[in-house]
Design a protein around this ligand. Structure first.
Ligand code: BDP
Length: 684
């Protein structure tokens, strides 16, 4: 990195850039053109496509053409499209559907704003997942669970009478990256969302999103029949309960004929579910699936379940769901978080991927940075998601990656889907941190095509968001910095497979020492790090909780052996002695110190690179990000000091001299309580 910086000093001589507030996201092209765009049909979606192109496209005439018969589209998603240059005077975009044409239009505009369209175009695109959804964890009072960008964008009180202009901008941004569904409310769902009053509001939002090809879905509370309907029970096998759900589904579809379906968090973290009535997850999911089926709706049933007890939390979702493989209706899909615990900065992939072979499974990724520094830290997450999607499950031989076992290319699943927990709020720049918009963007792009590289995605995002052309040095510098950012977060927070060292009450700062009397042990950091005078890490090998046995034998063997387990996950799977020799030749304690140190140093480089870019970024966004990067560096030091000083009590070893000295006292850190309502100021 250092050398890079010196070579870019010349960049100071540069253009002046107009201040921007980030509200336009990556869609900043001026709408002042008057291109010739023809269509062979009429319709609301097609007119959006036509309008987007005619006002922004700067090239030769474009024809948007519905073509249901074209050979290239046979056997492919109706959202597929082609873009072809026809001689010297026309570009033809074809698709079997208006929605495909809209995606084609955004594709062409993206090319214009990124790599250009000089070459002859011959493009065929098909989405890898049929359902590409955002999950909002938004409550009806407009608070957002794990939201760090202001209040919910859904202004429930004003709806359905007042429609915020933001809804349309939201729809447009999502359509531009191929997202075709959104769950409007929190998985910790209020029964109220299914009341007729709220359904009217949902209907109003659905009306805005529809022409952009986006369906609405709702998270439901499993006790709704009792809580909202006044029934004595919500037992899924009870006839009246079933009838209640049937009536509710009919009511919803009467209002919103293309309603997408339900997302369900049941028997998880205190929420109600079928087990409250002695029934199973399959009973619950199937009951809902049956009422949605006639309307073509789906049920996304979450596998995020775990209970306090003796069993390793990381094993519980697998244990709970594997026995029901094959017992779900064909409009049910099991929604599984990328890792077996909970969106930690690094986890192995959940062993449910690939193992459930007769039930569709979808990945749930977290765009909002609950465990990666909220909207204060720069953490570009595509590398993290790719790490999961590209992981080999080995379940059907080598190459059975998580992506392939969920996208229908290995198992013949009828529903293929992927979800991302949104990082969107009513902040002017939508995501709290200007650079966090890249995560919303990257999620959409990967949901469309998981084979895109993190690098391609970030470069095109930087090009569109800051007008920094791909292949020019500033784009390269910023992209490279962002590409390194997630690993930096891992290193200064929880390197080598450490996880859940977060403070009680929030998931922002470090509290590896946290010990709340009477609290659930699996919510305590010590449950996960298990530091003692011998070493540190959770023994999930065959001599420990044996979580490794949930993976395919080829992987199990690798993870089980401390000498072959990837070091990035070593403390996830093993309790490792402090003096264990690592691949670098250092002992574990030193390696841990070096990792923390490298995370901290990276944040300092991020600051430096950003400053080098000053004259290429408008002042408003430059200053905002500069200030966030300062917080990130302070926090990184806080994390390093807290974790190393605390774990040192167990290792009884010195911090190597190459590592910068702690600047905080452990006892002061242990007393410190972050006012989480004011996390934006973070560690001072
Ligand atoms: C955890 C969050 C909690 C969510 C839960 C979930 O801390 O707020 O409700 O996941 O996914 O990560 O249901």
């Amino acid at each position: 990195m250092k050398q890079l910086i010196t070579t870019f000093v010349f960049l100071f001589f540069s253009i002046s850039v107009i201040a921007e507030d980030g509200s336009k996201l990556w869609l900043r092209a001026a709408h002042n053109n008057n291109a010739i765009i023809s269509v062979n049909q009429k319709g609301p979606t097609l007119s959006i496509a036509q309008d987007e192109l005619s006002t922004q496209w700067k090239g030769m005439p474009v024809q948007l053409h519905i073509n249901k018969k074209k050979k290239e589209f046979q056997g492919r998603s109706p959202e597929s499209y082609t873009i072809k240059t026809q001689g010297k005077n026309k570009i033809l975009i074809e698709s079997p559907t208006q929605q495909g044409l809209l995606y084609g239009a955004y594709h062409l505009l993206r090319l214009q704003e990124t790599i250009g369209t000089k070459d002859e175009l011959d493009i065929l695109e098909t989405p890898r997942y049929n359902y590409r959804l955002l999950n909002h964890w938004d409550n009806l009072d407009r608070t957002v669970e794990r939201g760090y960008a202001g209040k919910s964008i859904w202004n429930w009180d004003e709806l359905p009478g007042t429609i915020s202009p933001r809804y349309k901008e939201y729809a447009r941004a999502n359509a531009s990256i191929g997202i075709n569904g959104t769950v409007l409310n929190n998985v910790n769902a209020s029964p109220q969302i299914l009341s007729n009053e709220y359904l009217q509001k949902v209907n109003a939002i659905a009306g805005i999103l529809r022409p952009y090809g986006i369906k609405v879905y709702l998270s439901i509370n499993f006790s709704s029949p009792a809580e909202l309907g006044g029934l004595p029970t919500s037992d899924p096998l009870n006839k009246e309960v079933q009838q209640w759900w049937k009536n509710k589904a009919d009511e919803i579809y009467k209002l919103i004929p293309d309603f997408g379906g339900f997302l369900v968090k049941a028997n998880s973290e205190g929420l109600p579910g079928p087990q409250d009535f002695g029934r199973t997850h399959a009973d619950g999911a199937n009951m809902l699936a049956d009422v949605l089926k006639p309307h073509k709706g789906i049920v996304m049933w979450r596998a995020f379940v775990y209970n306090p007890g003796d069993e390793d939390r990381a094993k519980q979702a697998y244990q709970e769901f594997m026995p029901f493989d094959g017992q779900f209706r064909d409009n049910v899909i099991i929604q599984v978080k990328n890792g077996p615990v909970d969106f930690q900065p690094r986890e192995p992939f959940s062993p449910l991927f690939g193992a459930m072979q007769q039930t569709p499974v979808m990945a749930e990724l977290q765009i909002t940075q609950e465990y990666l520094g909220f909207s204060n830290h720069m953490a570009y997450l595509a590398p993290m998601w790719k790490e999961c999607l590209d992981s080999d499950t080995y379940q059907q031989g080598e190459g059975s990656t998580v992506a392939k076992v969920t996208d229908g290319s290995i198992y013949p699943q009828k529903i293929t889907a992927i979800a991302g927990v949104a990082n969107i709020g009513n902040d002017v720049n939508w995501c709290g941190h200007h650079l966090a918009q890249a995560n919303w963007y990257a999620f959409g792009r990967l949901a469309w095509n998981h084979e895109l590289t993190s690098e391609e995605i970030v470069q095109e995002w930087v090009a569109q968001t800051f007008s920094l052309p791909i292949n020019d040095e500033p784009n390269y510098l910023l992209s490279k910095t962002m590409l390194e950012s997630r690993e930096a977060v891992v290193n200064y927070m929880m390197p080598l497979g450490l996880h859940h060292l977060f403070a009680w009450g929030h998931h922002y700062g470090p509290e590896p020492w946290c010990n709340i009397p009477g609290a659930r042990p699996d919510w305590m950091p010590s449950y996960y790090h298990k530091a003692d005078s011998e070493g540190i890490g959770f023994n999930r090998s065959s001599t420990g909780s044996n979580a490794v046995a949930q993976y395919h034998p080829s992987l199990q063997e690798i993870y089980d052996d401390i000498n072959t387990c990837p070091e990035a996950l070593i403390l996830w799977f093993h309790h490792v002695p402090w003096d264990f020799k690592m691949k670098t030749g250092s002992i574990l304690w030193e390696e841990l110190c070096y990792k923390y140190e490298s995370g901290v140093q990276d944040t300092r480089y991020f600051q430096l690179i950003w400053d080098v870019l000053e004259h290429h970024i408008d002042e408003e966004r430059f200053k905002a990000v500069q200030s966030k990067l300062k917080i990130q560096t302070r926090d990184a030091v806080w994390w390093m000091n807290a974790c190393l000083l605390y774990f040192q009590q167990f290792s009884q070893m010195a911090i190597p001299f190459e590592v910068e000295r702690p600047i905080y006292e452990l006892d002061r850190l242990m007393e410190f309580r972050l006012d989480i309502t004011n996390y934006e100021n973070a560690m001072r």
